[in-house]
Ligand binder design. Structure first.
Ligand SMILES: NC(=O)C1=CN([C@@H]2O[C@H](COP(=O)(O)OP(=O)(O)OC[C@H]3O[C@@H](n4cnc5c(N)ncnc54)[C@H](O)[C@@H]3O)[C@@H](O)[C@H]2O)C=CC1
Ligand SMILES: O=C([O-])CC(=O)C(=O)O
Length: 265
């Protein structure tokens, strides 16, 4: 199966590394916004038969395009690929919080008669939540707790001195839509939980910078006709990006590899 990968940062490089164990999956194109000598070297090492490009060439027909780049890549690369009939796997789920984006992707997938898969990424329990939603949900609360360093370069910096925090600070409370728009690199999980459950505007989100944790701690509380659910996931961050949990990589590789087998779980 030939695939195109969009993004070659912390997630992209780890995905390419893991895919080396899956001989049926061939990364043929790696799409990045800037081609640097370091990237050329990394791709030559991790996926020697892949081409490093700024956009998917017109004559390329991968079985799958896998996005692990960031919100801007959704309009730039995912939407046109869907229109061309290329199935897409998306990690930057928070991009769907931009008004009109979900509808635009749906229309693009309809034009191309294909599908878009949102990965569960750094969180689990999305299957249970989306099943529970069919019976009716009353409340879903998501909280994301990360070490202060993971919030560098975000609006959290304006509210507190991250480097000298001595106790946990709630840096955001609001809807999943607001969280995903304000924290595009840290609140994709908030959007995922919301899209599986009560929606972007009815899911309560709290984000914390917490010097007492050394993992990315995701917590879901949900109540509804099904009963109730509580999930805590302590995700080990990737060394190359403290904002991103390693589970995101495994979730993406799982989504790719499942397409080469007979079983879907
Ligand atoms: N669903 C989930 O649970 C999670 C989703 N994510 C998403 O994955 C994204 C990537 O995460 P990391 O690899 O840790 O970030 P990173 O910053 O290490 O790497 C991102 C790479 O994508 C490239 N890039 C950015 N915009 C691009 C565009 N429009 N077209 C092509 N390349 C582009 C950058 O140059 C960089 O090399 C995050 O920004 C976030 O949106 C991250 C963590 C969890
Ligand atoms: O990787 C994580 O722990 C979660 C994350 O960054 C996000 O939700 O965007």
């Amino acid at each position: 199966m030939e695939i195109a990968l969009v993004g070659c940062g912390a997630i992209g490089r780890s995905v390419l590394t893991l895919l080396q164990q899956h001989p049926h999956v061939h990364p043929k194109w790696v799409v990045v916004s800037r081609i640097t000598p370091q990237l050329l070297e990394a791709v030559a090492d991790l996926a020697p038969s892949a081409q490093l490009v700024h956009a998917l060439p017109d004559d390329a027909h991968p079985a799958l395009l896998v996005e692990c780049a960031g919100h801007s890549a959704i309009a730039q690369h995912v939407r046109p690929a869907l229109e061309r009939g290329i199935a897409c796997v998306v990690a930057s789920v928070g991009a769907l919080s931009t008004p009109g984006m979900a509808q635009a992707l749906e229309a693009a997938a309809a034009t191309g008669n294909t599908q878009i898969q949102l990965v569960s990424g750094a969180i689990g329990g999305v299957d249970a939540l989306s099943a529970a939603q069919l019976g009716g949900l009353d409340q879903v609360i998501y909280s994301g707790r990360k070490p202060p360093l993971a919030w560098v370069g975000t609006p959290a910096e304006a509210g507190c001195e991250l480097a000298s925090l001595r106790e946990a600070v709630c840096i955001f409370e609001g809807t999943a839509r607001e969280a995903a728009l304000r924290y595009p690199k840290n609140a994709n999980v908030a959007a995922t939980v919301a899209l599986a459950g009560l929606g972007l505007d009815h899911t309560t989100v709290r984000l914390f910078a917490d010097p007492a944790v050394d993992t990315n701690v995701h917590h879901i509380q949900a109540k509804g006709a099904f009963g109730c659910m509580e999930l805590t996931l302590q995700g080990r961050p990737l060394a190359a990006n403290p904002k991103t949990s390693a589970l995101t990589v495994y979730s993406i590789v799982r989504a790719i590899v499942q397409r080469t087998g007979r079983w879907v779980m």
